[in-house]
Write a protein that binds this ligand. Structure first.
Ligand code: RP5
Length: 162
């Protein structure tokens, strides 16, 4: 794995890690260099904007941003970088993540955030989407994704019910 992170995974709180570790595990499974950090649009606004402003010059290609509740992190980051930002809404504590989903997905036209499912599925799929995107310019990585999907299909087809 190269040491320069191609994907940065950020989250609004350490409490998001239990979910977002699934994104990092998926990236690691494909050998994609990535980093991870807590970075809040509300509690560390300067750090969040500084992170976003400098991401491209650090060599990052894709940002995965997770937050819960009034989940502004992905949108704030997207406002400060031209890099693709993949938003993952966290399940949260009050509204089962519907609040996070709506505040991540409902970006006004002009600054996009590609928003994934709430929670673990979104974390995994954001990482797989990053793999697919990086695979456009990396045939080896694209082949690994093909293998992953074929093996997933085989596994499901082999399943039996009691
Ligand atoms: C958001 O608030 C975080 O992304 C997290 O999902 C939520 C709750 O954070 P904690 O109060 O657990 O730190 O900013």
């Amino acid at each position: 794995m190269s040491s320069t992170p191609l994907v940065s995974v950020i989250m609004g709180s350490k409490s998001d890690w239990e979910t977002m570790k699934h994104a990092c595990d998926t990236l690691a499974q494909f050998g994609i260099a990535h980093d991870k950090r807590v970075c809040s649009a509300h509690r560390t606004p300067e750090a969040a904007t500084e992170f976003a402003r400098t991401a491209k010059e650090r060599g990052v290609k894709i940002i995965i941003a997770a937050a819960g509740g009034a989940a502004h992190l992905a949108g704030v980051v997207a406002a400060h970088t031209p890099l693709p930002v993949l938003g993952v809404p966290m399940k949260g504590w009050a509204l089962d993540g519907l609040d996070s989903l709506l505040s991540t997905v409902q970006m006004p036209g002009g600054i996009p955030v590609a928003t994934f499912a709430i929670g673990k599925a979104g974390a995994i799929n954001a990482a797989l989407f990053a793999v697919a995107t990086l695979g456009l310019a990396d045939a080896g990585l694209a082949a690994k994704l093909d293998e992953f999907r074929a093996s997933q299909t085989e596994k499901i087809l082999a399943e039996t019910l009691p």
